[in-house]
Design a binder for this molecule. Structure first.
Ligand code: SF4
Ligand code: SF4
Ligand code: FES
Length: 255
């Protein structure tokens, strides 16, 4: 992958070194390897990793694209927590900095994990459908409500931190916070005519979420995943499935 590592003439300008312990390995296993790199003012972890790749470890695998916290490609783990490598400054960390791949997904090599499971989940979500033709006329408050979920950059860090996936490996039964955000956008779109509540309850495992808010804490674009996506969806599912009158209607409808 083409990249622009820390320019050699800048190396050491700020004095001192950054010490990184980077996971080197693949799906079979691996270990942390120590690297040291001259510290440059404003350096982010991705700069350090690319500098190491350029000067010391040309076979070090790392995924990145925009280097501007927009594409979501460089998500990995720093000191065991999901982070965008291009948004995390080296000087925010004391001592050795542990850098590894996201652990909720299979490791491909070094810092790169296989996030393709997420795209399979995405395919299973009922897409937007409308009885009307765009452009739509909508109330301003409805439009504003749709901005936040659309900010998602698909870094999948919320998926990585969620214990339902990371610890309990419920990938077959749980869509994860990123896709609750997507469902929220669809369900709250006033022009959409589909109903995804059954799928959220039965296929997407919304009930597994116990509102720990860990996903919200790591979202790099500030989506309030629990408050604005998950809780409203849970309320809609509860209204639909646990309201006695609606329960009776569903029995009559057969679903
Ligand atoms: S709030 Fe729910 S979806 Fe988010 S990390 Fe916690 S359990 Fe997972
Ligand atoms: S909701 Fe936030 S943390 Fe989750 S994938 Fe989107 S941008 Fe990343
Ligand atoms: S390289 Fe695009 S978000 Fe970090």
């Amino acid at each position: 992958m083409a990249h622009s590592p820390v320019p050699n003439e800048d190396l050491g300008k700020s004095g001192g070194t950054a010490r990184l312990k980077i996971f080197r390995g693949d799906a079979e296993g691996g270990e942390e390897v120590d690297y040291e790199i001259p510290l440059v003012e404003g350096m982010v972890i991705l700069d350090a990793v690319l500098g190491i790749q350029a000067e010391q470890a040309p076979d070090l695998a790392v995924r990145w694209n925009c280097k501007a916290a927009h594409c979501g490609s460089c998500s990995a783990e720093i000191n065991g927590k999901p982070a965008l490598l291009c948004k995390s400054r080296v000087d925010e960390y004391d001592g050795d900095i542990h850098v590894g791949p996201m652990r909720a997904f299979p490791v491909i090599k070094d810092l790169v994990s296989d996030v393709s499971w997420n795209y399979e989940v995405s395919k299973g979500i009922t897409p937007f459908q409308s009885d009307e033709q765009a452009p739509f006329t909508m109330y301003e408050e409805d439009v504003e409500r749709l901005y936040e979920p659309k900010k998602c950059i698909e870094c999948f860090m919320c998926q990585d931190v969620c214990h339902v996936l990371r610890t309990h490996h419920k990938h077959a039964e749980f869509a994860g916070p990123r896709f609750f955000v997507r469902n929220q956008w669809l369900e709250m779109h006033p022009m959409d005519n589909q109903d995804r509540l059954h799928d959220l309850k039965e296929d997407n495992g919304l009930g597994y979420c116990n509102i720990t808010k860990c996903c919200t804490e790591v979202c790099p674009v500030g989506i309030k995943i629990t408050d604005n996506s998950i809780i409203p969806l849970k309320e809609r599912v509860a209204d639909e499935y646990y309201d006695p009158a609606k329960w009776l209607m569903r029995k009559i409808r057969g679903r």
